[in-house]
Ligand binder design. Structure first.
Ligand SMILES: [Mg+2]
Length: 464
């Protein structure tokens, strides 16, 4: 109680407060060693008296208890700002414990995860399958009891425990929950050590990270090009008569090819433009379309058919010289093993939020390297997913391009910036981003649902 009393005394007067801080610092120094000796005393001196007592008391209690191995005693207290930024890395032998997992629904359709620790470090992740945000939040909640009370830093061991102890392995929901948790654990580990995640993974393997943007018209691509993008992805253009038939008409195929030809003509042969089939086209029509696209050399053809039967995709791949890409609906190394072995694709698109997080996608990239395949991570999600992809890109040799739909404006304090088609490598610890809680205040909560699509001719269900 001595230090609590001493801190409270700082409310009396500025001179007394400074004296009290010195006493507290000495007290902590005796019991807590080098790490806690640098704790919040400096922070206290820069605040108004009332703020210092309110925040400082918690921080000092946490620091003192944590340093003497009693971190659990302070669990449940509101947390101060992360102390690593002011006080340097947390040494490997220092105690660090997970206290809570918190999920937040964020517009337009995302789910953010914060893993809290007794050191004030908060790890960020996106544990989501699009359209099943609430289900994923429940999956995270069911994993929380395993993690609370544990050291977050053995990331690969936690991955194994969460994946294998579930008994029923994989699937989009459980693997997405695991993916977001894995991102957050890497974020904590990097922040605890004061280095970017790619430094812990042997990187950087490159100086900057190429990204691509979505666009369907020459005007949209030109606008994005002015913003700094040099690679793009579009969809299969539909004319008014197209009916999602198993075999599309000659008019449908020619229309799609003509629209892509217009993009190529507007942007030139030096610009990379990929095409996403979304797995929503039959294998038979996919072959017709690919043949029609070949003269314009798209960067790659994505998901020419659904990814549940890799033999079918491999058959399509053998029929063209265009690179085939797949992976947004493939999970873990076991899923991608088949893609590679069957030669269904040469560009793998694991999603950092679905395929198993940073830990697993890095291993998938290693498997791809053995097949001379490249990795272009899928990402229609938020800035945490993008940050995880950037860290991955900076730690593997066979990276092609990173998908993105948001550079983080309105969500993170320093949004990513595109220059000459690339993002600069972040230099901050962990994932290298900080949420902008104020900017996010009007984006909390959503009820986004997957769209329903029906054939206009007979009302049967069709893919979208
Ligand atoms: Mg896709």
């Amino acid at each position: 109680m001595l230090f609590v009393t001493v801190v409270a005394a700082s409310e009396a007067a500025q001179s007394k407060r400074v004296k009290a801080i010195r006493i507290v610092k000495n007290f902590i120094g005796r019991f807590a060693g080098e790490r806690v000796e640098r704790a919040k005393c400096d922070m206290l001196s820069g605040m108004r008296s009332s703020e210092a007592v309110s925040l400082g008391r918690r921080a000092v209690i946490q620091s003192a208890f944590g340093a003497v191995g009693l971190g659990a005693l302070s669990r449940g207290e509101a947390r101060a700002e992360p102390r690593y930024a002011d006080n340097g890395p947390i040494r490997a032998k220092d105690k660090l414990t997970i206290t809570k997992l918190e999920t937040i629904l964020v517009k337009p359709r995302w789910l953010f995860l914060k893993i809290h620790t007794d050191a004030g470090i908060v790890g960020l992740g996106e544990p989501i399958t699009e359209g099943r945000a609430l289900t994923c939040a429940e999956a995270v909640k069911e994993i929380e009891p395993y993690l609370v009370g544990k050291d977050p830093r053995p990331v690969a061991k936690h991955w194994q425990a969460i994946y294998r102890h579930a008994f029923y392995r994989g699937g989009p929901i459980l693997t997405s929950a695991l993916s977001g948790i894995d991102q957050a654990l890497w974020d904590i580990k990097g922040k605890a050590l004061g280095v970017p995640v790619y430094e812990l993974l042997g990187g950087p393997t490159r100086d900057r990270v190429r990204v691509y943007a979505h666009a369907s018209t020459p005007e949209q691509m030109k606008t994005l090009q002015k913003q700094g993008f040099s690679a793009f992805k579009t969809g299969v253009a539909k004319n008014k008569t197209r009916r999602n038939r198993y075999i599309e008409t000659q008019a449908d195929i020619e229309y799609a090819a003509e629209r892509f030809a217009a993009l190529r003509q507007a942007m030139g042969k030096e610009v990379d433009i990929a095409i996403d089939f979304h797995g929503a086209i039959s294998p038979a029509t996919a072959k017709l379309l690919i043949k029609a696209y070949e003269p314009y050399q798209p960067m790659f053809i994505e998901e020419p058919c659904q990814a549940q039967n890799h033999d079918v995709m491999a058959d399509i791949a053998r029929g063209t010289f265009l690179p085939i890409a797949t992976g947004e609906r493939v999970f873990t190394k076991w899923g991608f093993r088949e893609v590679l072995e069957k030669k269904a694709a040469v560009i793998l698109q694991p999603d950092l939020c679905h395929a198993g997080g940073i830990t697993e996608v890095r291993l998938i990239a290693g498997m791809a390297e053995a097949y001379y395949a490249d990795v272009a991570p899928h990402n229609p999600l938020g800035p945490i997913s993008l940050a995880a992809g950037v860290q991955l890109a900076a730690s593997i040799p066979n990276f092609l391009c990173q998908e993105q739909v948001s550079l983080g404006e309105g969500y993170i304090k320093q949004p990513f910036q595109v220059r000459d088609g690339f993002l600069q490598l972040p230099t901050g610890p962990g994932l290298g981003i900080e949420l902008d809680e104020n900017a996010m205040a009007d984006k909390i909560g959503h009820d986004w649902r997957n769209q329903e699509s029906y054939d206009p001719e007979d009302n049967s269900v069709v893919d979208w």
